[in-house]
Design a protein around this ligand. Structure first.
Ligand SMILES: [Zn+2]
Ligand SMILES: [Zn+2]
Ligand SMILES: [Zn+2]
Length: 379
């Protein structure tokens, strides 16, 4: 997987900046079957989303084509993920790919099955042998232990069989109904090799590919998982693709050099992270800042405006936009006005894109006409 280049140029000024914030209502934490892995930072995940293969897989989840990725049994590899193999090439790469996405918190997983692999050749085409604990032979006969309830006689099933009927060898009564006059009292095995009887056999394995035996202790016992997209990522990815991608494209068409995420160093010397940065013109000019904040609640809280202002104050851009989905809180609106942050409220992503594009275009026109009239005055 391509990794985020850690040495992202944080010094670049003169950029148009898009910052993305996601606020979700505190939700009940679902009990995870898996121990939570330390998640990657938002910057690292943003980088992961830009990986084409990741996008291909995530788009299957996002489009609803896939809600849960279950493994498919394959005798050679044990389990495979054919959908992922198509994306990344082969079974080992698919496993590595999925494990990485789980480790960075993009996918969650739950234990689907366990399977045995041959220690000699790695094959998953393995059969189970129940063996005699005395001589280790797998030539054993498995039957049931039966108790005749009225007289209490217990023996292996075949000892009761008499001309197609079950008859008690002790009291000679024919059996009528299971669980009424006779009961099955467990399994009973007899070894064809040494003749001994026992109730619990020992387990060993036989590889159908290399025809070698191996014991339970020697067996490679592997976990296999079902994968699904973590809810946070679902929203985060949706926001990055459906919102940032079109905005990015729009700005690039306007002649901006766009990066996502981008970093800007403020007057204080602190670097601020934004999801998209774009630059146009000479250094120190034409800086626009855009924050995207989506809430699953009714309002985006004013803290988003305050957090944005802290960065805006430090960077002093030419333009600052904040997109709030679905609405900004009352106080947030007041603060945005006070801080001169242009607020765009949108009920969904499409509206947000439209609103933001219109706002940016408007500003460009205003600026151009201001420039023209200024030039006119000078003439
Ligand atoms: Zn083998
Ligand atoms: Zn009996
Ligand atoms: Zn035996």
């Amino acid at each position: 997987m391509e990794r985020l280049d850690k040495s992202l140029n944080r010094e670049k000024a003169n950029k148009l900046v898009v910052h993305q914030v996601i606020i979700t209502k505190p939700r009940r934490i679902a009990r995870r079957k898996e121990k939570k892995m330390p998640k990657a930072s938002k910057e690292e995940r943003a980088d992961i989303y830009r990986n084409h293969r990741v996008q291909l897989l995530l788009s299957k989840f996002m489009s609803g084509e896939l809600s849960k990725l279950d493994p498919v049994y394959d005798p050679k590899f044990g389990y495979t993920y054919p959908i992922v193999e198509k994306i990344v090439g082969d079974a080992p790469s698919a496993n590595e790919f999925l494990t990485k996405l789980f480790e960075v918190g993009v996918l969650k997983r739950s234990l689907f099955d366990k399977f045995v692999r041959c220690l000699h050749c790695g094959s998953a085409n393995i059969s189970v042998h129940y063996c005699c604990p005395y001589c280790k032979s797998f030539k054993i006969k498995k039957s049931s232990l039966i108790e005749h309830v009225p007289c209490g006689y217990i023996d292996a099933e075949e000892r009761f069989q008499k001309q197609g009927e079950l008859v008690c060898p002790r009291c000679h009564k024919a059996f009528t109904k299971l669980d009424v006059d006779y009961i099955k009292a467990g399994a009973w095995c007899t070894c064809s090799e040494c003749g001994k009887s026992f109730d619990i056999p020992i387990v060993s394995h036989f590889c159908r590919d290399c025809h070698r035996d191996f014991t339970f202790e020697e067996a490679l016992y592997k976990d296999v998982y079902s994968y699904s997209l973590s809810e946070d990522v679902m929203q985060e990815a949706a926001l990055s693709w459906t919102l940032i991608a079109p905005i990015k494209e729009f700005l690039e068409n306007c002649g901006f050099k766009v990066e996502s995420p981008g970093f800007l160093k403020g007057k204080s010397g602190t670097s601020h992270m934004f999801d998209v940065t774009a630059s146009r013109g000479r250094k120190g000019q034409n800086i626009t800042v855009i924050d995207l904040a989506a809430s699953t609640g009714k309002f985006v809280p004013e803290q988003t405006v305050i957090a944005m202002f802290a960065k805006v104050y430090d960077i002093a851009p030419d333009r600052a936009y904040l997109v709030a989905i679905p609405k900004m809180s009352k106080d947030g609106k007041k603060l945005a006005k006070l801080y001169k942050i242009k607020l765009i409220e949108a009920k969904d992503y499409n509206e947000a894109i439209k609103g933001l594009k219109a706002c940016i275009k408007n500003n460009f026109t205003e600026e151009a006409s201001r420039k023209n009239s200024h030039n006119g005055e000078q003439a």
